[in-house]
Design a protein around this ligand. Sequence first.
Ligand code: CO
Length: 134
Amino acid sequence: MIGRLNHVAIAVPDLEKASALYRDTFGAKVSDPVDQPDHGVITVFVELPNTKIELLHPLGDNSPISGFLERNKDGGIHHICYEVDDIIAARDRLKAEGLRILGNGEPKIGAHGKPVLFMHPKDTTGTLLEIEQA
Ligand code: CO
């Protein structure tokens, strides 16, 4: 069911510093920051030949990554995202297998303009997993 690795998301306390690390030190293609008000984050996309890295920084007062950054002051891997062909079919299969889907269970439009869902990390080996209909 799951396909390619779409991205690895890293929460960072200092977006400019993290962007400079990837752009200047690692020599990667790095986007400008993009506000994602529906998700409470600012994203910077790092394009790699085979996948993407998303640098996440809180946007607004109730960002879903604020608590994570309080626990991980230097930042850290926040989630990984797998591609699926059909997000509703994937969701229904996951639910049938007993996994919890976060939020109201309906896909949201993610940072790439495609529908996404997140699974409860306690059901997925302690790792927050996102699926995206690519
Ligand atoms: Co993501």
